[in-house]
Design a protein around this ligand. Structure first.
Ligand SMILES: [Fe+2]
Length: 138
C-alpha cells in the first residue's frame, strides 16, 4: 500500500487529537518496530506499521467509559477502532484481520504465531522500559 505510514499517522493524530503523550508513544513504538522488523524478512511491513501506530487506540474509550485503562481493556476496545480507522483508508481486509488480532493480544501471552505480534511486543517493551528511566532514552 502506498503511503501507509503517512496515512496511518494521520489517523493516529486525528484520533488522539491533543493527547500528545499517546501520539509520542505510538511514534516511538513505530521507530523500534521498524528497526526490529529489519531482522524478520517475513514480516508484513504494512501490518507492522499499523500495529505500532494503532496498538493503544483502545485506551481512549476505556478511559472515557471507566476513567482508567489497562492492558485488558486496551485489548478489548482497540481492535474495533483500528478496524474502522483502517477501513477508512482502504487497508486490505485480510491485513485488518491480522492487525485486530495483534492489537487484541498485545498485552497477554501470544495466541497467534505472528512475527508482527512479537515485533510489537518487543518495541512496546523497549519504549515502556525507557519511560520508566529517569531520562528516557528512546
Ligand atoms: Fe504501547
Amino acid at each position: 500500500m502506498q503511503y501507509t505510514e503517512a496515512k496511518i499517522t494521520k489517523l493516529l493524530v486525528d484520533f488522539f487529537a491533543d493527547d500528545f503523550r499517546r501520539i509520542d508513544h505510538a511514534q516511538r513504538v513505530l521507530f523500534h518496530s521498524k528497526n526490529i522488523a529489519i531482522e524478520y524478512a517475513s514480516a508484513d511491513l504494512d501490518v507492522v506499521i499499523a500495529c505500532a501506530l494503532l496498538h493503544d487506540v483502545g485506551i481512549k474509550p476505556a478511559e472515557t467509559k471507566f476513567g482508567y485503562n489497562n492492558g485488558k481493556l486496551q485489548e478489548e476496545y482497540g481492535p474495533a477502532i483500528a478496524e474502522e480507522l483502517l477501513q477508512s483508508i482502504d487497508f486490505p481486509a485480510e491485513a485488518i484481520v491480522k492487525v485486530k488480532e495483534i492489537i487484541g493480544n498485545h498485552h497477554s501471552p501470544s495466541r497467534y504465531n505472528y512475527v508482527e505480534l512479537e515485533i510489537l511486543k518487543e518495541a512496546d517493551a523497549i519504549v515502556n522500559k525507557a519511560d520508566s528511566l529517569e531520562v528516557p532514552l528512546t
